[in-house]
Design a protein around this ligand. Structure first.
Ligand code: AMP
Ligand code: MG
Length: 319
């Protein structure tokens, strides 16, 4: 059921079952972070491999000490600046945090999501939620309750409807090595914004999102079912697909070609934030068009453009 009633979500969570929750990034598939049963269900429902750790969602910075320990000063600085918001911190875990959540690591990923409905829910329950994105492993992340419904209509009793996700891209993940912040995943907060807070360039270790311990494996993710390509010269590239049903995923300018079936323009004014917000919904629509091929264009490699390119590269990776 799609509902706005948090009491329904609360009831399901207390019974160790899962609910979909809205956040500002993408919809999450949430369960009680202190219930092994609920955590296992998340992995099973998503068909997510157990080596891929989950993020713990807490209601405010004051709950952080329940989850993590030995927290670097810079982590507090970043949390103060960006929480509630699309920043995930990877910190030393407290011993009671399940090894299932952390995939056996000594670190745990944690954030305070910025969505009124989910924050209200977190304030109603006396446990944190653990929630990866509410999509089957590898497929396009959901940015509306309807997207989640399309994936998990039968399996989920409650999909909490908080409207369209405001940011539309996953959180930026920052870890710490020798107390120095390292960017683990490009996300909704541009690396440049993080650097402004820490006052220096950030080191990057954007290892494989899906197999943090196994670089190079399973990088395909955020992927449509339709054959999808990424190019920096769209007008030239489409010439190779003459006679095919083509859909395009474009930044700001349409392509003049009457044979194109659908063109998704993510921001006609060239605003990267608007493009980020529209990205996954456009991918979902293109994927439902029964096209032969989706061709995406590369974004300018700056600010959120880096994150969008990262997602598009994974979406178009050929196995
Ligand atoms: P999702 O919630 O689907 O965006 O996935 C959560 C992501 O968080 C995973 O893909 C991991 O890359 C990352 N993550 C979670 N825990 C850790 C950790 N302890 N160390 C590094 N990355 C992590
Ligand atoms: Mg995901």
């Amino acid at each position: 059921m799609i509902t706005k009633e948090i009491s329904k979500a609360k009831e399901v969570l207390i019974n160790n079952q899962l609910v979909a929750i809205p956040t500002e990034t993408v919809y999450g598939l949430a369960g009680n972070a202190y219930s092994e049963m609920a955590i296992k269900k998340i992995f099973e429902l998503k068909k997510r491999p157990y080596f891929n750790p989950l993020i713990v969602h807490i209601k405010s910075i004051s709950s952080l000490f329940e989850i993590a320990t030995d927290i670097p000063e810079t982590a507090y600085m970043l949390a103060e600046k960006f929480w509630p918001g699309p920043l995930t911190l990877v910190l030393k875990k407290r011993s009671h945090i399940s090894d299932l959540i952390t995939a056996g690591k000594e670190t745990v990923a944690v954030r305070v999501p910025n969505h009124p409905l989910t924050l209200a829910l977190l304030n109603e329950i006396d446990f944190p939620l653990t929630a990866p994105s509410a999509n089957p492993f590898g497929s396009i992340s959901p940015t509306s309750a309807q997207h989640v419904f399309n994936y998990f209509e039968k399996e989920l009793d409650v999909i909490l409807d908080g409207g369209e996700c405001e940011k539309g891209l996953e959180s930026t993940i920052i870890g710490f090595e020798n107390n120095k912040p390292i960017l683990y995943r490009h996300g909704s907060i541009a690396a440049e914004e993080i650097e402004q807070v820490i006052g220096s360039k950030i080191g990057m270790k954007t290892v494989d999102d899906q197999a943090p311990n196994a670089p190079g494996m399973l990088t395909r993710h955020y992927a449509p079912m339709t054959d999808t390509y990424l190019t920096d010269n769209i007008t030239e590239f489409i010439k190779d697909f003459e006679g095919k049903k083509i859909g395009l995923l474009l930044f700001k300018d349409a392509v003049t070609d009457h044979t194109i079936i659908r063109q998704e323009i993510l921001s006609s004014s060239g605003d990267l934030h608007e493009a980020a917000k529209n990205l996954y919904a456009a991918m979902h629509r293109l994927d439902q068009d029964k096209l032969d091929v989706i061709i995406a264009e590369k974004f300018p490699n700056e600010g959120l453009g880096k994150t969008i390119n990262d997602k598009l590269e994974r979406a178009t990776k050929k196995e």
